[in-house]
Design a protein around this ligand. Structure first.
Ligand code: AMP
Length: 143
């Protein structure tokens, strides 16, 4: 299974933020959608960053509750690692492990078309493992 297959199952809904939104607005959006990160986009749809719950925690730890009035651009990660529809589950696991993050925006021809989280990757990996176990059971039973 690859990224295209994962998006087919989960859909390509993407919740985004603007760089001038406050961290409070961002925290409220994350809570409302029960998600852990927002892709930061420009007016033309270009990806300019990613802001996750961890960035908000860091902002509060460093500056106290007043950090919630700060703009997203002060705490987002601007150097975003993205993936493409052809990437496999193994590729995603590798990127997330190497980069120590749990979200990968999907970008095609410079356009944001989805986001894959570690939860999607684990769900897919478990489904694949269960299929492999079933196949092995069938093979052993037929022997
Ligand atoms: P996460 O584990 O996704 O909550 O994010 C942990 C840290 O990595 C935060 O500082 C995020 O801004 C950053 N981050 C999350 N996803 C990515 C990504 N795809 N590329 C680069 N940085 C990221």
């Amino acid at each position: 299974m690859n990224v295209a297959g994962i998006l087919k199952v989960k859909g390509s809904d993407i919740v985004t933020a603007r760089a001038d939104h406050t961290l409070l607005e961002t925290a409220q959006t994350l809570a409302a959608h029960r998600i852990g990160a927002l892709v930061v986009t420009e007016g033309d749809g270009r990806v300019s960053g990613i802001i996750s719950e961890r960035d908000i925690i860091r902002a509060i730890a460093e500056n106290g509750a007043q950090a919630l009035k700060s703009p997203v651009k002060s705490f987002m990660t601007a150097n975003v690692v993205t993936c493409v529809p052809e990437d496999t589950v193994a590729d995603l696991m590798n990127e997330m492990t190497q980069g120590r993050f749990r979200h990968l925006p999907v970008v095609e021809d410079g356009r944001l078309t989805g986001i894959v989280s570690i939860g999607d990757v684990v769900k897919q990996r478990i489904a694949e493992t269960e299929l492999e176990v079933e196949a092995m059971r069938g093979y052993i039973a037929s022997g």
